[in-house]
Design a protein around this ligand. Sequence first.
Ligand code: COA
Length: 187
Amino acid sequence: MYKSNNVVYCNNIGNSEVVIRYPQNGDVEAMLKYINAISKEKTYITWQGEEISLKHEQKYLKNQLKRIGEKETVQLLLFVNGELSGISAIDLGERIKCHIGVFGITIAQIYRGRGFGKLLMKLTLEEASKNLMKLKIVTLEVFAENEKAIKMYKDFGFIEYGKLPKGNLYKGKLVDDTQMYKNIKVN
Ligand SMILES: CC(C)(COP(=O)(O)OP(=O)(O)OC[C@H]1O[C@@H](n2cnc3c(N)ncnc32)[C@H](O)[C@@H]1OP(=O)(O)O)[C@@H](O)C(=O)NCCC(=O)NCCS
């Protein structure tokens, strides 16, 4: 059973206290601040400057907590010195896609390139393998020009299986979207 305040990692890295845990009800404001900062940045994610409302985030978190409890989602929050600095998730699909988990990850701009993405991704994949009983394949979509992320995904064993030309509207231009997968369980 999912426990609130479920910590999966706690360590000091350099001078920083790093905690990685599942979300809980009280996280909504930190999550809202985090996602709005990333949206404003217009990086390689779905949000491109839109302002996300508290109401939207409350609804999103409520649904995530429900799905985590039902073992349909794994979501981990990275805190560096108490501040929310990264989020990663794997969400199972429904019906004919119930064995497929869709992966997503972001790290706060100031903490990128320090190994946090790799750490968070490793733990999210491990938690998903342990907790999402139906999971067999993890898929993801990534901007084709996001070489840094693609390198990380390949290092984790993800394989490119497709590319949708002009699949994303990014900064006024249509750019390609790369699709990748990783097998978790063979049968
Ligand atoms: C992509 C992202 C999650 C990676 O997290 P990160 O903390 O920056 O990455 P890490 O420092 O853990 O590095 C992980 C790997 O990424 C790659 N990487 C990181 N920095 C890189 C760079 N400057 N150039 C090339 N590859 C790089 C490397 O493969 C690295 O592994 P290595 O150190 O063993 O070579 C993060 O940069 C991010 O949130 N970017 C913006 C949003 C985004 O692109 N999300 C992914 C959407 S699909």
